[in-house]
Design a binder for this molecule. Structure first.
Ligand SMILES: Nc1ncnc2c1ncn2[C@@H]1O[C@H](COP(=O)(O)OP(=O)(O)OP(=O)(O)O)[C@@H](O)[C@H]1O
Ligand SMILES: Cc1ncc(CO)c(N)n1
Length: 277
């Protein structure tokens, strides 16, 4: 049967991040995409112009409607904005029996806009992290959640260990923000001691809007299609690497990535993306 994936995230009017990136990625990877919108943003490649969160009731009703009618094989969370929304999303997930869950702990957009309120960080730690099958923080997010500075591969490992100790089943610490490194390296870790480094050439481009959303959506899609987690993280890295490599040149700021590129790149990706355990 067709795999069904659910994204619980914000809308990006610019189409490169948020719900839009998630649904495009689900579609590309052959799973059926459903959504529960948490907030509307007025946004383009230059920045976030406004944020309007939805009421918790509206968010919960979307989740309940999807879970009542579809067999959701994997879900993901993106922009959750407030502690109140996080509480409702956690309750909606629990009511659905806590499905396989990818948590992208979105905090700050590329231009600096806050997509998660300060007051919501504790709720993210206490209510969402413990139900995550895998959490995918970037470096600044991992620093906030793990409560430490990250400047090296060893720091990434220590942050990963702390997030697992806090209740996440597994973690991908994404190294996109380690800009002085020649390669873009992400670390996957789980509670049983598995470690996989995902590494690819760092592309010189400003078109990196929505890379985190797209990576976590690809991971969710591979899981919804039935891939084991260790393979799904490699697939997600190949998907995002293709999407960044084959830029679209849209917009005047940080442009979106190319969600079609993965299928065009085909086998070439096997050599470009190194997966080391
Ligand atoms: N310039 C780049 N070249 C190659 N890969 C990159 C580059 N920038 C980011 N990546 C990869 O993209 C994925 C997303 O990582 P990143 O750390 O950028 O996420 P993010 O900060 O959450 O993204 P965003 O907030 O824009 O959605 C990771 O696999 C990372 O290694
Ligand atoms: C709606 C939304 N979610 C997530 C991000 C993070 O990239 C963004 N810029 N906008």
């Amino acid at each position: 049967m067709m795999g069904v994936a659910l994204t619980i995230a914000g809308s990006d009017s610019g189409g490169g991040a948020g719900i839009q990136a998630d649904l495009k990625t689900f579609q590309e990877l052959g799973v059926f995409g459903t959504s529960a919108l948490t907030a509307v943003t007025a946004q383009n490649t230059l920045g976030v112009h406004g944020v309007w969160p939805l009421g918790p009731e509206a968010i919960r009703a979307q989740m309940d409607a999807v879970f009542a009618d579809f067999d959701v094989a994997a879900a993901k969370t993106g922009m959750l904005f407030s502690g109140e929304i996080i509480g409702e999303v956690a309750a909606g997930l629990a009511a659905a029996g806590n499905p396989v869950l990818v948590v992208d702990p979105v905090m700050i957009a590329k231009g600096g806009a806050h997509l998660l309120r300060e007051e919501a960080i504790a709720a993210m730690r206490d209510k969402i992290l413990p139900v995550a099958t895998v959490i995918t923080p970037n470096i600044p997010e991992a620093e906030v959640l793990a409560g430490m500075a990250i400047r090296s591969a060893q720091d990434m490992e220590e942050a990963g260990r702390r997030l697992i100790a806090m209740g996440a089943q597994s973690v991908v610490v994404k190294g996109g923000h380690m800009e002085e490194e020649k390669r873009a390296c992400d670390l996957f870790m789980d509670g049983r001691g598995e470690r996989i480094w995902l590494s690819a050439e760092r592309i010189r481009t400003k078109d990196t809007h929505g890379t985190g959303c797209t990576f976590s959506a690809a991971l969710t899609a591979f899981l919804a299609a039935g891939e084991p987690l260790e393979k799904a993280v490699g697939g997600a890295k190949r998907f995002i690497h293709a999407a960044i490599s084959d830029g679209l040149g849209l917009g005047g700021g940080h442009g979106p990535t190319n969600h079609w590129a993965y299928h065009r790149a085909g086998n070439a990706l096997k050599g470009e993306v190194l997966i080391d355990s």
